[in-house]
Ligand binder design. Sequence first.
Ligand code: MG
Length: 114
Amino acid sequence: VDELTTLKSLKEKAREFRDNRDWLRFHNPKDLAISASIEVAELLELFQWESKSIGGVKQDENLLKKIKEEVADVMIYLLHLCNALDIDLSKAVMEKFQKNEEKYPAEKYKGKYK
Ligand SMILES: [Mg+2]
């Protein structure tokens, strides 16, 4: 499993995990969105009172391991939410990039964030 693993196969894995436990009944959109948000908060907690740069975080194996776990937790809840609502995640992301390309043209925003 690496970054070549498609979102489709990750969504299938999430569906299989859910269905093997008969958890679909608990997967209402509100709770899945809340859960994704809680996992983002767990990710933020790792940075509380920290001010490490990218290089600093990369050198901290223990912190990096925890970040990976929380990133995965966030993604898993988003996959469950997309499964529950039949959202094509790849399409949704690509459409959003298209919108952002129009909103922030590279020639106008290169090196600027305002
Ligand atoms: Mg977590």
